[in-house]
Design a protein around this ligand. Structure first.
Ligand code: 13P
Length: 287
């Protein structure tokens, strides 16, 4: 059964570790992430961008697939199915489709409109027992067509949005989706510290988990980050493993062209990436 992310994130914040959100794109990714979470006895959040939802033929398909897979693989660790960077309409569609957690990214609206829309979604999610993530201060770079300039969040705006009753808060602190540029200034721990002081127990979310150095991840967790999103790193490891398989001519040997064989190295590579991240985030054994 899919669960809201509320309890796992409250525990993570109190226990000073972070739960990983790993984005899914297809059946193989979903299976790899679920099996790794189960093997490591770690809670996990499966992220679905609106683009990935469309690719998988719609949010209903995704919810049905994930729900059935959790059941048929015998997964017993807590699993939340979470809309990543949802629009207002996307959030409503995922609530309808059976997601257990929603991100409403209203960071591109003026703060008053972000607050009004977030407030409405807080009420709906509360009634249905779903967790809700809000965003203040945009995350830099591009995430599936959603482009952010990457400004740091204003701690007072963070407090205003946290007080609406959201479950978790994503705040821009200089983080960027995708690969970090050579001249990246790093995370602003000063901003993170100020946000954490204003928002107290609220679990904070760090987007752009690919390529952030280990020491920065650990420091962010010590300052209140309880959820870290990873997408690009799984994509890179999947692509790399698939390329190596093809370059070695394995797709031409025997039945190597069978998609179950062709996609297997990529699926294994995702397992390794997820394991590495769960160990780094400290969520192993915390289910
Ligand atoms: P990366 O693609 O940088 O790992 O970021 C993922 C993310 O933040 C999804 O919301």
């Amino acid at each position: 059964m899919l669960v809201s992310a509320e309890e796992m994130l409250k525990k993570a914040k109190a226990g000073k570790y972070a739960v990983g959100q790993f984005n899914i794109n297809n059946l193989e990714w979903t299976k790899s992430i679920l099996l790794t979470a189960q093997e490591l006895n770690s809670p996990v959040i499966l992220g679905v961008s609106e683009g990935a939802g469309k690719y998988m033929t719609g949010f209903k398909t995704v919810a049905a697939m994930v729900d059935a897979m959790v059941d048929s693989l015998g997964i017993t660790v807590p699993v939340a199915l979470h809309l990543d960077h949802g629009s207002y309409e996307g959030a409503k569609a995922c609530i309808e489709a059976g997601f257990s957690s929603i991100m409403f990214d209203g960071s591109h609206y003026p703060i008053e409109e972000n607050v009004a829309k977030t407030k409405e979604l807080v009420a709906i999610c509360k009634e249905k027992g779903l967790s809700l993530e809000a965003e203040v201060g945009s995350i830099g770079g591009e995430e599936d067509g959603v482009i952010g300039a990457g400004e740091c969040a204003d701690p007072d705006e963070c407090k205003a949005v946290a007080d609406l009753g959201v479950t978790m808060l994503a705040a821009g602190i200089g983080n960027i989706h995708g690969k970090y540029p050579e001249n990246w200034a790093g995370l602003s721990f000063e901003t993170l510290d100020a946000i954490q002081q204003k928002t107290g127990d609220m679990p904070l979310v760090l987007h752009g988990g690919t390529g952030i150095p280990e020491d920065m991840i650990k420091k962010a967790i010590s300052l209140g980050v309880a959820k870290i999103n990873v997408n690009t790193e799984c994509q890179l490891s999947f692509a790399d493993a698939t390329r190596k398989y093809i370059e070695a001519g394995k797709d031409l040997e025997g039945k190597g062209f069978d998609p179950r064989k062709l996609l297997a190295p990529g699926a294994e590579a995702i397992k390794a990436t997820v394991k590495e991240k769960m160990e780094l985030f400290g969520s192993v054994g915390k289910a």
